[in-house]
Design a protein around this ligand. Structure first.
Ligand code: PHE
Length: 381
């Protein structure tokens, strides 16, 4: 017993000066808040995978030095169930109980808008990989994002429809209970009309998680005889809307935003979504060696190719961890300052934040061809 105590004491002493036995190490918690269940569960799975992969690589590469102590990350993932209220509880749990040094999340703008005030008032940096509603980062100086914003992607699709598809009229069907869908609908309409197009029907519903029947709105839309159908909704409801539109004989080309990014879009929508075009953050078909190395590594690890949510979660977590390493501190304000000044180069491009902590990024346009996402073009801001 006394010998054991002596060994422990010697080890502790040596660890203190950083040689022999086991060097002193620390572990801190990092939180993730994503929709793991519900109608958009593929968003959660991809985001969790991307974040976990970045954390693993960070730990393997040695973590960060904090006050002379080698510090690695323990990642805690929470399910927001696509609900702002559940997301807010998750933020309280991560901050109050788990004492996280930062939060990666949420995916959906409506959830990020509920999480951000909590992170901001606690002084815990939050970076959303994919929330595109402009209001998210305006909550405060601890809130960042790793993606472009909706005024940009709405305009990108308006221009694509008018200039490339050569349609002069469009109809919009959107969820007015979600800041993302509502904002994107508005930006598409404004962009389309600015260049000479006309939005002939602008129809809304209230909760895409619960709605299954869009026939009433589609009847109004069909009567207006649009040449293009814009659906700025998440994949589950967009697929249903297209199925019902096609059943009603509304066969015009259709488009949407990043919310269409899931293999489930085709699984649910089948032939009805064929030919659909949408704006997105990333394409796995990008030929750059950096993207291809990421695609290969992710695919080996998780058994499926990464979508934009996986790539952006990987970038958001990578950027946060890089700032943590630069700061060499677990203090929220130190990490925030390092994030503000980042020049992190991610899979989806190089990061530089503007005064609202929004990065300037390009968009890609993807088309569903033979049931597969096919890269069409890149649009720079
Ligand atoms: N941009 C969406 C939002 O803000 C979330 C999303 C991003 C969904 C990327 C799919 C792909 O709500």
């Amino acid at each position: 017993m006394r010998r054991l105590l002596a060994i422990i004491l010697v080890c502790a002493l040596i660890a203190g000066i950083g040689v022999g036995c086991k060097a002193k190490t620390g572990v801190v918690n990092l939180g993730g808040i994503f929709p793991m269940t519900g109608a958009s569960a593929t968003f959660g799975a991809s985001s969790k995978n991307g974040t976990a992969m970045a954390v693993e690589e960070f730990n393997t590469a040695g973590g960060a030095m904090v006050g002379g102590v080698k510090t690695t990350i323990n990642y805690i993932n929470e399910d927001d169930t696509a609900s702002p209220e559940v997301g807010a509880s998750a933020a309280h749990k991560l901050i109050d109980n788990d004492k996280v040094i930062g939060i990666i999340g949420a995916v959906m703008s409506k959830v990020s808008l509920a999480v951000a005030p909590i992170a901001q008032s606690a002084g815990v940096p939050e970076i959303s990989p994919t929330s595109t509603n402009a209001k998210v980062t305006l909550v405060g100086d601890y809130i960042f994002r790793a993606c472009f914003i909706d005024p940009f992607q709405g305009t990108v699709m308006a221009n694509y429809a008018y200039n490339t598809l050569k349609v002069k009229t469009a109809a919009v069907l959107y969820d007015n209970g979600n800041d993302y869908n509502k904002g994107l609908a508005e930006f598409f309409k404004a962009g389309f009309e600015k260049i000479g197009g006309k939005v002939v029907a602008y129809e809304a519903f209230t909760d895409e998680e619960k709605t299954v029947d869009y026939k009433a709105q589609l009847t109004v839309i069909k009567a207006a005889n649009p040449e293009f159908l814009y659906l700025p909704n998440y994949y589950g409801s967009a697929a249903l809307q297209l199925k019902q539109a096609r059943e009603m004989g509304l066969n015009v080309p259709a488009g949407g935003g990043d919310g269409w990014d899931s293999t489930k879009l085709v699984e649910i929508g089948g032939a009805a979504v064929e030919g659909g075009v949408f704006s997105n953050h990333f394409s796995k078909d990008d030929k750059s060696p950096k993207v291809q190395a990421f695609v290969a590594k992710y695919t080996t690890k998780y058994g499926e190719a990464p979508d934009a949510l996986a790539a952006l979660a990987y970038d958001a977590a990578g950027l946060f961890l890089d700032a943590f390493k630069t700061a060499g501190s677990i203090k929220g304000s130190d990490i925030r300052d390092a994030m503000k000044n980042t020049s992190f180069v991610g899979i989806s491009g190089a990061y530089k934040f503007d005064e609202n902590r929004d990065p300037i990024k390009s968009a890609v346009i993807i088309k569903i061809v033979n049931g597969q996402q096919t890269y069409l073009t890149t649009v720079n801001p």
